[in-house]
Design a protein around this ligand. Structure first.
Ligand SMILES: [Zn+2]
Ligand SMILES: [Zn+2]
Length: 144
């Protein structure tokens, strides 16, 4: 483990402890997997991956660990209607591309900041609380 990873682990531990939660081996494995992949996996995908390392872990435990990570602000949860929620290691405001085939999502580098938002005019009386920019399409695997 390099020092950068050590630092990440220490920050995660502090974040969890500030919410009265602990950094367990399972929680660390869930967090590690999320930091290793780029497609913002669902709980099910996290479960299948983490199970390789920790065969005794259950899907319910993965859900609980993901919720704990979301609650302490270490991970963000992306919900889209009826589709399964996806989990993102980034918690800053950023944008995504989303595949209509497999549902995977990737970070999108786009400069759509407050200046861009000023040009968008919602109907009178609409109070804007948040916004997201998303490119919908098909990923390389799903295009074939
Ligand atoms: Zn796809
Ligand atoms: Zn993201």
């Amino acid at each position: 483990m390099n020092s950068k990873q050590n630092q990440k682990g220490a920050t995660l531990k502090l974040k969890l402890e500030s919410r009265g939660a602990h950094l367990t081996q399972q929680r660390a494995a869930v967090f590690d997997y999320l930091s290793q992949v780029e497609h913002h996996p669902t709980a099910e995908e996290v479960y299948l991956a983490v199970k390789q390392k920790l065969p005794k872990i259950s899907l319910a435990t993965v859900y609980k660990n993901l919720e704990a990570l979301v609650n302490c602000g270490a991970v963000s949860k992306l919900s889209y209607g009826d589709a399964a929620a996806r989990y993102d290691i980034r918690t800053d405001h950023h944008y995504h591309t989303r595949c209509l085939g497999c549902g995977k999502m990737w970070d999108l580098e786009a400069k759509a900041g407050p200046d861009w938002l000023k040009q968008v005019k919602p109907q009178a009386g609409f109070a804007v609380k948040d916004y997201r920019l998303e490119l919908l399409g098909y990923c390389r695997d799903c295009r074939q």
